[in-house]
Design a protein around this ligand. Structure first.
Ligand code: KE4
Length: 428
C-alpha cells in the first residue's frame, strides 16, 4: 500500500469519509485521494514523494503559488506577536482598505472565516435590509453549505449527486428560488411576477462550481436591471473569482456594479478568510450598527489577515494579471488544440487564470444542462491519466482549474505533454 492509501485508511477511522471536505475524497473520479506533504510554487508533493504540477491551488487561494517566500515570511513574523486576541487590530483595517481600493463597489466590508460564512451573512443582510425573505440563485452555482443556499448547488453537492442536501428544512428551501444560469428571459419573467417579494439575487458572476461557465453577453446586465427595478439586491459571490480573473475581479472584468460582494480564498492567501461587503447603506444594518447580527471568534484573525494582505499586495498590479492571462491562454488553447488533433470531443472555457473543460462537442458550454450532458466517464479517465502524467487536476468535472504566477513555460509544457498522452489513452 502507498503511504497515501495507509493514511486514507487511518483518516477514515476518525473523520467522516476520511476528509474534511467531500470533494477531496475522489468519490466522483474513483481511486484514492493523495495525501499532500508539501507545496512549493506550482508544485505539490504527496506523502509518497510524487510531485505534481498543481491546478487546484487549494481551490483558488494559491494565485501566487504554494509557500510564496514573502507571504510565509510575513506570516512567521506576525505569529511571534501572538496568534489571536479577539480584539480589533490595525491589520484588519489595512485589509479592508486594500479590498475596497481594489473593489470600489465594496464601500464597507466585514471579515469572516470562510466563503460559506460570507454568503450566509450576505443573504441575512439582504433580507434584513429589504425586509423580504425570498432569494434567487442559479442551478449549478455553489455558494457554500449554509441551509438557504444548499439548494440545487454545484461543486461538492453536485459531485456527490445530491444537489439538494439532507437536513435542509423544506421551510428554508422554499424561500430559495433557483433559475437556469445564463437564462435572462427566465429572470425577467420571475421578476415581472415576484420582483417585489425578492430580497436578493446571489450569483457566481462566472460560474466555477459546475466546471467554468462564464456569463453570456447581457446576462449580468439583466440581473442588474431587474434588481434596480424591483429593489432586490444584486450579490456577486466572488469567493472564487475575486482577485482571480482580474485585479478588479469579475465585477471589474464585466463592468457590473453589484450591491454586495462576497469574497474568500485569495483574500486569505491560503488561510481561513472570507468577507462580505457592499453599499454603505446596506452594510449599515450589520451589528453593532444595525439589527442584523453577525459575529465570529476568529474573524479578522491577525495571522490570516497578514497572509491575505501580503497576497493582495503582491498581486495588486495590471502586469501581474497580464502575465497570468498569457500563461493561461497558452495552457488552455494548447489543451484544446491537442484534443482537436486527437479527435476527442473537448470544450474549454476560461476567464483569466480560471478555466474548465468538458468532454462534449457543445462549444461553448454555457448552460448547466450542457455541463450535465458532458461525458463524465471520459473526464475520470482523463483525470487519472493526467495524475499519472504528474498533473494534479480537480477530482470532479464540476470544479474549475487555476493557474498561478508560479506556473511557467516549463510547467505548462509538461502539462501539455501529459495532456497529449492522456488524449491518446482516451482514444483507445
Ligand atoms: P468555503 O466555505 O468553502 O470557504 O467557500 C464556499 C464557496 C462560496 N462561494 C463560491 C463561489 C465557492 O466556490 C465556494 C467554495 N468553493 C469550493 C470549490 N468549488 C471549495 C472546495 C470545497 O468545498 O472543498
Amino acid at each position: 500500500m502507498s503511504r497515501s492509501e495507509t493514511l486514507f485508511e487511518d483518516a477514515r477511522k476518525h473523520i467522516p469519509g476520511g476528509v474534511n471536505s467531500p470533494v477531496r475524497a475522489f468519490a466522483r473520479v474513483g481511486g484514492q485521494p493523495l495525501f499532500i506533504k508539501s507545496g512549493e510554487g506550482a508544485y505539490l508533493t504527496d506523502e509518497d514523494g510524487n510531485r505534481y504540477v498543481d491546478y487546484i491551488g487549494s481551490w483558488g487561494p494559491m494565485i501566487l503559488g504554494h509557500a510564496h517566500p514573502q507571504v510565509v515570511k510575513s506570516v512567521k513574523e506576525v505569529m511571534e506577536s501572538g496568534l489571536s486576541f479577539g480584539a480589533p487590530t490595525e491589520i484588519e483595517t489595512r485589509v479592508a482598505e486594500k479590498i475596497i481600493n481594489m473593489l470600489p463597489a465594496m464601500e464597507k466590508v466585514r471579515m469572516v472565516n470562510s466563503g460559506t460564512e460570507a454568503t450566509m451573512s450576505a443573504i441575512r443582510v439582504a433580507r434584513g435590509f429589504t425586509g423580504r425573505d425570498t432569494i434567487v440563485k442559479f442551478e449549478g452555482c455553489y455558494h457554500g453549505h449554509s441551509d438557504s443556499l444548499l439548494v440545487k448547488a454545484g461543486s461538492g453537492a453536485l459531485t456527490l449527486g445530491e444537489p439538494d442536501s439532507l437536513g435542509v428544512p423544506a421551510s428554508f428551501a422554499q424561500h430559495t428560488l433557483t433559475l437556469e444560469y445564463n437564462n435572462a428571459e427566465q429572470v425577467k419573467e420571475l421578476f415581472a411576477e415576484k420582483g417585489s417579494e425578492i430580497a436578493a439575487i446571489i450569483i457566481e458572476p462566472i460560474a466555477g462550481n459546475m466546471g467554468c461557465v462564464p456569463p453570456v453577453s447581457g446576462f449580468l446586465e439583466t440581473l442588474r436591471e431587474v434588481c434596480d427595478e424591483s429593489g432586490a439586491l444584486l450579490i456577486f459571490d466572488e469567493v472564487m473569482t475575486g482577485f482571480r480573473v482580474a485585479r478588479g475581479s469579475a465585477q471589474g472584468h464585466y463592468g457590473i456594479k453589484p450591491d454586495m460582494t462576497t469574497l474568500g480564498k485569495i483574500i486569505g492567501g491560503g488561510m481561513p478568510v472570507g468577507a462580505f461587503g457592499g453599499r454603505s447603506d446596506v452594510m449599515s444594518v450589520v451589528a453593532p450598527l444595525g439589527g442584523v447580527y453577525q459575529a465570529g471568534t476568529l474573524s479578522g484573525n491577525p495571522i490570516a489577515m497578514q497572509a491575505g494582505l501580503s497576497t493582495l499586495e503582491l498581486i495588486d498590479s495590471n502586469d501581474f494579471f497580464e502575465e497570468l492571462e498569457q500563461k493561461s491562454e497558452q495552457l488552455v488553447s494548447g489543451m484544446q488544440q491537442l484534443a482537436d488533433e486527437a479527435g476527442i470531443p473537448f470544450s474549454t472555457n476560461r476567464v483569466g487564470s480560471m478555466f474548465g473543460f468538458f468532454f462534449t462537442s457543445a462549444s461553448p458550454v454555457t448552460t448547466f444542462n450542457q455541463v450535465m450532458a458532458a461525458d463524465s466517464n471520459m473526464f475520470n479517465d482523463f483525470f487519472h491519466a493526467m495524475l499519472k502524467g504528474g498533473v494534479n487536476l480537480a477530482p470532479s468535472p464540476f470544479e474549475s482549474g487555476f493557474i498561478s504566477a508560479a506556473h511557467g513555460s516549463k510547467e505548462i509544457d509538461a502539462t501539455l505533454e501529459a495532456a497529449e498522452a492522456a488524449f491518446k489513452v482516451l482514444k483507445k
